[in-house]
Design a protein around this ligand. Structure first.
Ligand code: MCA
Ligand code: AMP
Length: 504
């Protein structure tokens, strides 16, 4: 068998030529041959539009066209840049300015018309279709060099600017093969999920790892807890989810207990992108008999730690390094977490660097090539890891989305009623963390309705999930002797969220 890479991936598609391997609820299922034909056509169009290494942006609609565009880009030696559908021009413009695309493939992003790039006639529009005829396997010739860059995934950084993590054929396909093997993905599996296709979780695990192992993929165009049970009723075997989705599935099971029988048919339920509360793990097991397999990863590293498929899955932990990865711990001296260390990782899934940012890239690694995750961990005697926090209070994880506090602070500062502001994450029962904004109002007084007005202001300028759930007013922000805002003090003093339930 060939080593994991694009060639191996395409061979898997060829082996599934006549099998429906990719379906989005509500659209016809597509075969391996469909994906080979559509991606080859995209590749030919891209080769005519520019040289290898060019970037093509792809709006991450949950669709076959999105997948065909991304695979087509890889076959052309181009770099695919999937873009989240919730983003508006304020988020898209810097990404487009950063990755300087030569083409846009597939259906356009909902906010495309509002971006500056929409007016750039040097950007070629590439249609995605499924031509009839023979299955093109190496036309154009597929890139085989494992160090070829193939994917840029944008992720939030503490500076507020999104950073483009560049993945290569090796880091993408190598890490996904390691994961698929660890989780026993096989042609007998139907992997289902409702995750967006512009992040590693939904795209790389939920599609690339699955198809690369010969499994079929069934995507839900949007998350609805009741649809998960329906998917398992229809034969799905594996679910990839974030903890917020498990919370919503459990809420659904409370209303419709019979759905638990459908879920019980599954082979494997996995969770990641944020911490899965122990109580949620236990409740899911009580309902379905399944012990959720929790794992840990990052956009920059792919999936590095995982509980085992066989053997004890310990709630509240993320297991041990997957084959191909190694870890290193550095003392972190985090306030309130004296025993925690920063986790550093090295191995097959590590990205090649942040696009166009060698300085930022260099600062992210130690001298031995270990990537600094910024996550605080504890390790038990048997080597199992527990994620206990983050080095920076300027990154918020809400429902599995990474959010830069700085980006929201900048938007709030644009509002004339805001004199000073600090944005932080506060514990939330459903989303893990909720975005909260501590505001010093201009003129010292907050007018009635200002909190709602500030939320609406953020909603106008940013993706919906970034708007603060909590806005509260203070006379001054707590600062240390250096003048830095003390977000840990704000977190301790924050009022309760409007609709906070017991943390489950
Ligand atoms: C939706 N809302 C949210 C979030 N999502 N609020 C805060 N945080 C969120 N994450 C709000 C909307 O703004 C809206 O508010 C209301 O919830 C309903 O929106 P809707 O879209 O219907 O919600 P949903 O479909 O139920 O979305 C919940 C979700 C979504 C499915 C959990 O957040 C999601 O897709 N999360 C996955 C993130 C992910 O894939 N992360 C991977 C990156 P209003 O009604 O007020 O307007 S991490 C990664 O890739 C690494 C490698 C890893 O480890 O996995
Ligand atoms: P992203 O940069 O969006 O890929 O998100 C990666 C971050 O998600 C990691 O740095 C962690 O903070 C968080 N994360 C991923 N999986 C887990 C997990 N199982 N438990 C806790 N945090 C997680």
């Amino acid at each position: 068998m060939t080593a994991p890479g694009l060639t191996h991936f395409l061979a898997r598609l060829e082996a599934a030529s006549n099998r429906p391997i990719f379906a989005v609820d509500g659209a016809p299922a597509r075969s391996g041959a469909d994906l080979l034909r559509a991606s080859a056509a995209v590749a030919r169009r891209l080769c005519a539009a520019g040289p290898a290494g060019s970037r093509v942006v792809v709006a991450a609609h949950p669709s076959f066209e999105t997948l065909a565009a991304i695979v087509g880009a890889m076959r052309a030696g181009w770099i695919a840049v999937p873009l989240g559908l919730r983003y508006g021009p304020r988020e898209l413009d810097p990404i487009l300015a950063d990755c300087t695309p030569t083409a846009v493939a597939g259906p356009l992003h909902p906010s495309w018309d509002l971006t500056r790039a929409a007016h750039d006639d040097r950007i070629t529009r590439v249609v995605v279709d499924v031509p009839v005829g023979r299955i093109p396997l190496s036309d154009p010739p597929d890139p085989t060099d494992p160090s070829t860059a193939c994917l840029i995934v944008y992720t939030s950084g503490t500076t507020g600017r999104s950073k483009g993590a560049v993945h290569t054929m090796r880091s993408l396909f190598g890490a996904m093969a390691s994961l698929a093997e660890a989780w026993g993905f096989s042609p007998d599996d139907i992997v289902t999920h409702a995750l967006p296709l512009h992040h590693v979780h939904g795209l790389c695990i939920g599609v690339v790892a699955a198809l690369g192992a010969g499994a079929a993929v069934r995507l839900a165009p949007r998350f609805r807890a009741q649809d998960v049970a329906t998917a398992f009723e229809a034969g799905a075997t594996v679910y990839c989810g974030v903890p917020t989705q498990y919370r919503k599935i459990l809420d659904h099971l409370a209303q419709a207990p019979a759905s638990a029988r459908s879920l019980a048919r599954g082979r494997l339920f996995t969770s990641g992108s944020a911490a899965l509360p122990v109580a949620r793990f236990e409740a899911f097991e009580a309902h379905t008999g399944h012990r959720i397999l929790e794992r840990y990863g990052m956009t920059e590293t792919m999936i590095t730690l995982s509980n085992p498929l066989e053997g004890p899955r310990v709630p509240g932990t993320v297991g041990r390094p997957l084959p191909g990865f190694e870890t290193r711990l550095e003392p972190a001296g985090a306030p309130g977490l004296p025993d925690a260390s920063e986790l550093l990782v090295r191995g097959v899934g590590l990205f090649d660097g942040y696009f166009g940012a060698p300085g930022t890239t260099a600062a992210a690694f130690d001298a031995d090539g270990f990537f600094r995750t910024g996550d605080l961990v504890q390790q038990t005697a048997d080597g199992t890891f527990r994620i206990v926090g983050r080095c920076s209070a300027d990154i918020i994880k809400s429902g599995g989305f990474k959010i830069a506090a700085r980006e929201i602070e900048e938007v709030l500062r644009m509002h004339p009623a805001v004199a000073e502001v600090a944005v932080l994450g506060v514990p939330d029962a459903t989303f893990g963390e909720a975005v909260a904004a501590a505001v010093v109002p201009a003129g010292g007084r907050a007018s009635p309705g200002l909190a709602d007005e500030l939320r609406a202001h953020c909603r106008r300028h940013l993706a919906d999930y970034k708007k603060p759930r909590l806005v509260w007013f203070l006379d001054a922000l707590p600062r240390n002797a250096m003048g830095k805002v003390q977000k840990h003090v704000l977190r301790d003093e924050a009022p309760d969220l409007p609709d906070q339930r017991a943390n489950r």
